[in-house]
Design a protein around this ligand. Structure first.
Ligand code: SAM
Ligand code: SF4
Ligand code: SF4
Length: 391
């Protein structure tokens, strides 16, 4: 069993804080006092980094982090209206999504992705919005899969279109998939996702992904206090029986539209304790440095779960993620207010070396660590919406 609290020194629990080894005071990250402990002014520190940036090899940001993962948003549109992401009352019929001319073409995405891979990115994730609402998605997967140096290519989807798309995506070179699903209960699924379809359709999509050979299938479940806590154990049971890797995600303060409150967050330790009480767990080491999810295995050998504890145990110190928005802006943090336009130089005829230099400069200046700094002082900072830059 894993006791609550995430500070260093908890036996059997990998420390998730980003304090330098040996300097961690072991305070549980859920300690409410930590939320006001930081001076948010450090977030906007734009002092140039005095260290010289290499013109070859992977760039390092101001905290020494390399880019390893690129999340590519192919659309800002979605056929769902999840309450925590795109609440229907804000993103209604009149909401102005990006016109087609402003969205990167597949050729433009592939060209930029190849430059990121030259800079050290090994993992590509296609996301959105809902990526599968964009037409001919396999036509993007195929060339991305062919980029030399891509070790992992995956897709995050709400699962609603997988019955028809899973096989073509796998055939185009997609290797694995993550499907978001917050409950097996039909009424709760509809309420949280705002989807005009039964949960059975997503479950059928997940089955289609497995039939198509996409493996492992991971399931993302956002846990929101007062909404779907009762679904934690049923989801764990279902995923365990089916052999899917379930990842519980703490409800995050992404964007500015979801009315996030700290009280709505179910801390990871509480989630793990709930699952552990029915299906005993033990901690697993990360698959690779900087892995977003903290992993646990079932003691009886029936698979594993993960928790993504961005709120109560932030992991900015190991953050190697870059995000490319559907309109071609580079974001270096999920909570950033602004990105850097790559589409304009791309469409103005910049060559690869010029684009690479621009990306290097942005990454070299990066000092993002929003989740480490989250506090009352960060609550009202402007932030891009998550569906615009990809989860
Ligand atoms: N539409 C796709 C989907 O839902 O899987 C991909 C894009 S979605 C923005 C990517 C992931 O972000 C999903 O797993 C979703 O559950 C998660 N997400 C969205 N809003 C969130 C929030 N406020 N807190 C935590 N996770 C969130
Ligand atoms: Fe759409 Fe995904 Fe956001 Fe839900 S989480 S509204 S499915 S983009
Ligand atoms: Fe990375 Fe920003 Fe998330 Fe921290 S808050 S882990 S820097 S994306």
């Amino acid at each position: 069993m894993v006791p609550p609290g995430t500070g260093g020194g908890t036996p059997g629990v990998p420390c998730r804080c980003s304090t330098a080894p040996g300097r961690c005071v072991g305070a549980p990250a859920t300690d409410p006092t930590r939320r006001d402990r930081y001076d948010v002014r450090t977030m906007s520190d734009t002092t140039p980094d005095p260290r010289p940036q290499p013109s070859e090899g992977p760039p390092r940001d101001r905290l020494g982090r390399r880019p390893r993962d690129l999340r590519i948003s192919v659309t800002d549109r979605c056929n769902f209206r999840c309450t925590y992401c795109m609440p229907a009352e804000v993103f209604g019929r009149d909401y102005a999504f990006l016109p087609r001319s402003q969205i990167l073409t597949y050729e433009e995405i592939v060209r930029l992705a190849a430059i990121f891979v030259r800079l050290g990115v090994e993992k590509l994730r296609i996301t959105g919005g809902e990526p599968t609402v964009r037409r001919d998605l396999p036509d993007l997967v195929r060339p991305l899969a062919a980029i030399e140096g891509v070790r992992d290519l995956t897709l995050t989807t709400n699962g609603s279109t997988l019955r028809t798309l899973a096989a073509p995506l796998a055939g185009a070179g997609l290797r694995r998939i993550t499907v978001s699903l917050d409950s097996l209960d039909d009424a709760l699924f509809r309420a949280m996702s705002g989807a005009d379809m039964p949960v059975a359709r997503v479950l059928d999509g997940i089955a289609a992904a497995r039939e198509a050979g996409l493996a492992p299938v991971k399931i993302n479940m956002v846990v929101k206090r007062g909404s779907n806590e009762a679904s934690i154990v049923p989801m764990a049971r279902w995923a365990r029986d089916a052999g899917f890797i379930l990842r519980f995600i703490e409800y995050m303060d992404v964007g500015t539209a979801n009315g996030w409150r700290m009280d709505d967050v179910v801390p990871w330790a509480e989630i793990v304790a709930l699952v552990d009480a029915t299906f005993p767990l033990e901690a697993l080491p990360p698959n690779y440095p900087g892995e977003v999810a903290t992993r646990f295995r079932y003691r009886d050998g029936a698979g594993e779960i993960g928790v993504i504890a961005s709120v109560t145990a932030p992991f900015c110190g190991a953050c190697t993620r870059a995000r490319l928005s559907a309109e071609g802006e580079l974001f270096t943090c999920l909570f950033a207010a602004r990105g850097t336009d790559l589409r304009a130089p791309l469409r103005a005829g910049a060559d690869d070396a010029e684009l690479e230099a621009r990306i290097r400069a942005v990454w070299g200046a990066r000092d993002d660590r929003y989740s480490d700094l989250r506090s009352a002082g960060t609550a009202n900072l402007p932030r891009v919406e998550m569906f615009a830059i990809g989860g």
